[in-house]
Design a protein around this ligand. Structure first.
Ligand SMILES: [Zn+2]
Ligand SMILES: [Zn+2]
Length: 292
């Protein structure tokens, strides 16, 4: 099936960026963002740098995004939220877009608009655009129900991602189906209950063997190794969550490392297959996963 056709018509996930962490390198994957077409809505989950370009290249107009969910305020999930909305506005945004994020999301948005004050004033007066402020509705969420509008219900579950307290897995439900995104988390067995029976679980994953190499080529990040080991999930443990939750399919994203030529898709598959014997997809930028 033509991927662009699928983007317009059928429920699916598009992995826009699958890299864990905020650095980018030539030819490598981009930081985290995903697009979900589900329950009659087009939503984004996280907005790492590159999200606007990747969404457009996947065949989705920025004018067709209904809502954006931010799992936590780490920059590899947040950095391009403002620029994405600003670019949608400059592209002709005419409807309300809802942003849902943890505590601090309103401050981010206010300060972003403040940073753009010069250009914002010019475009309002000189081009006669409707105020972007009025087109964006920001909602802060915590654990529990996030929204239940239209055919799409969304709930949040706090995961373990120290030192961040407000980091939330998200469960999207529509038409009797469920899609769960883990957000960033260490191996956290209670997540299996939240993800119970989901058709698709998109879980972050780390290849422990790749961490040493990653730390060695990231200058100035002395505590990176400790952060990774305490705050992220080895691929075999992601498999344990999928197995315990009895999901229909496991998708690995937020890959650490995502751009090390020493590791291939086969390495990820070998690791996750130790603990999970169901369908698995190793994420890559632009990959479309149908929701069937
Ligand atoms: Zn991250
Ligand atoms: Zn994070």
């Amino acid at each position: 099936m033509d991927e662009n056709l699928m983007a317009d018509t059928a429920d699916h996930i598009t992995l826009l960026g699958v890299k864990g962490g905020p650095a980018i390198r030539q030819g490598g994957a981009m930081p985290t963002s995903s697009l979900l077409r589900f329950g009659g809505q087009t939503v984004l989950i996280d907005c790492g740098i590159g999200v606007a370009r990747s969404a457009v290249e996947s065949g989705v107009s920025l004018l067709n995004i209904d809502a954006i969910f931010i799992t936590h305020l780490h920059s590899d999930h947040l950095l391009e939220l403002g620029p994405l909305l600003y670019t949608a506005w400059n592209t002709g945004l005419g409807h309300k877009v809802r942003i849902y994020g943890p505590d601090g999301i309103e401050g981010y948005w206010d300060n972003f608009l403040q940073a753009m004050a010069f250009d914002y004033a010019i475009r309002l007066d000189d081009e006669g655009r409707p105020p972007l402020r009025d087109l964006v509705e920001v909602t802060t969420f915590g654990p529990g129900e996030v929204t239940d509008e239209g055919d799409l219900a969304v709930t949040a579950f706090r995961v373990e991602h120290p030192p961040v307290i407000d980091c939330f897995a998200l469960r999207f439900e529509a038409g009797g189906k469920a899609i769960v995104f883990s957000a960033d988390t260490c191996y956290f067995p209670p997540l299996a209950e939240f993800a119970k029976g989901a058709d698709i679980l998109v879980h972050e994953a780390m290849l422990t063997a790749g961490v040493d190499n990653l730390v060695a080529r990231t200058p100035g990040a002395d505590r990176l190794r400790e952060h990774l080991m305490a705050s992220h999930t080895p691929a075999d443990d992601a498999g344990r969550i999928a197995q315990s939750a009895m999901v229909g399919k496991l998708v690995l994203n937020h890959l650490v490392p995502a751009d090390d030529p020493n590791f291939s898709e086969a390495d990820w598959t070998a690791e996750v297959s130790k603990t999970w014997n169901g369908p698995v997809v190793i994420g890559r930028d632009g990959l479309v996963i149908p929701i069937t």
